[in-house]
Ligand binder design. Structure first.
Ligand code: AFP
Length: 356
């Protein structure tokens, strides 16, 4: 079409269809699931953009299972995501960060083969919404073996290494859908005029540099020693690699993660030593982002264990998270290891406690 400026491009739809052709035996359900997440995210995106107009800003007055106040949009996004999977026969169950218990769907008479489990954080970073800050949806898909039975808790409590797909949608200056099925990370930007996700970032790799360092630095006094050593090292700028590193923290995980993925940067949310508590959820936040970062060439760790190897013990489990370029995450792990060895050695060199 001469003069129209039109040229061929991939949409989320066409990209997923191409991916599916790699697996001729595929039932198409998995592809359909990804498409449905895409559709749900368009609906959430529209709500987020019209938040002020629809008078849905502000608090709902209810609290979620972590005793956090739910913004109205949290509730709306949660309902949209739940409704998306409810009718799909091959979805065995869903779990949402907003609810304590998982929801299992009874198998239907026409259900054959394995079913899928979908976990999601419908609107991460929602405490920032009133200030018009970017927020996001995070999701992951697992397999639940044995399609003709009701899904149980063990089907949900799988380590991140078993995820079949993971992704997030960022509702920012534009809306982007980023996902992986274990074959690289691909990003699609929503064209608001056409209403389609268009492939804009194929095969995303995290740059091997540390442009940004993202952590809530007000918590510095509550971090453990190796974490403080790592942060001091980066901030000292002794190492030429960190001479231009800037501190950037939004407090909206998807937004912090997305920027670091594109520019090269490390995000950390360490344990609060004063309370022994962690903030970020393994199943809904850390696991999916860990799969994405590894597919993009980076790493994610608790400091002592690869995030993808942590098997959740309960649905709302939280873990410390350090995620970003391979070099920074490995350096952090080394500092933790060295600290553990030296403090173990210090403990061993102390005289044994004497009986009273
Ligand atoms: P909200 O969804 O309540 O805004 O929490 C966001 C979040 O879980 C995650 O997106 C941020 O990285 C993290 O909390 C920020 O926590 P701090 O406010 O303690 O820095």
């Amino acid at each position: 079409m001469a003069g129209s400026g039109w040229h061929d491009f991939d949409t989320l739809e066409s990209f997923i269809a191409k991916e599916q052709r790699r697996y001729p035996e595929s039932r198409g359900v998995f592809a359909d699931l990804l498409r449905r997440v895409g559709v749900a995210s368009k609906v959430i995106s529209a709500k987020v953009q019209k938040a002020g107009l629809l008078d849905v800003l502000g608090k709902q007055g209810s609290k979620n299972v972590q005793d956090e106040e739910q913004a109205k949009l949290d509730v709306i996004a949660n309902e949209i995501m739940k409704a998306t999977f409810h009718w799909m026969p091959l979805v065995g169950g869903i779990a949402t960060e907003e609810e304590e218990d998982y929801i299992a769907y009874p198998p239907r008479s026409d259900t054959e083969g394995d079913r899928y489990i979908v976990c999601f954080d419908p609107l991460d970073g929602s405490s920032n919404i009133d200030a018009n800050v970017s927020v996001g949806t995070i999701f992951s898909i697992h397999r639940a073996e044995g399609g003709s039975r009701m899904c149980e808790e063990k089907d949900f409590l799988q380590p991140g290494s078993k995820q079949l797909a993971a992704g997030y949608v960022i509702y920012g200056s534009s809306t982007m859908f980023v996902f992986t099925t274990g074959h690289g990370v691909h990003g699609f930007t929503l064209d608001p005029e056409v209403g389609e996700y268009v492939l804009s970032h194929e095969g995303i790799r995290i740059p091997d540099k540390c442009t940004c360092f993202s952590a809530n630095e007000a918590n510095y006094p509550k971090w453990d020693e190796p974490t403080r050593r790592f942060v001091d090292y980066v901030r000292s700028r002794e190492d030429p690699r960190y001479q231009k590193t800037s501190s950037r923290y939004i407090g909206s995980l998807v937004a912090d993660f997305h920027r670091n993925l594109l520019y090269g940067g490390v995000f950390m949310y360490p344990t609060n030593q004063a309370t022994g508590e962690d903030k970020l959820r393994l199943m809904f936040e850390c696991g999916p982002l860990a799969m994405i970062i590894e597919q993009a060439g980076g790493l994610a760790t608790t400091g002592r264990v690869r995030i993808l190897d942590v098997r959740p013990t309960d649905m709302q489990q939280t873990v410390p998270l350090v995620i970003g370029p391979r070099r920074e995450v490995e350096l952090y792990e080394k500092m933790v290891r060295d600290f553990d060895i030296s403090s173990g050695a210090r403990r061993a060199s102390l005289p044994p406690p004497t009986a009273e």
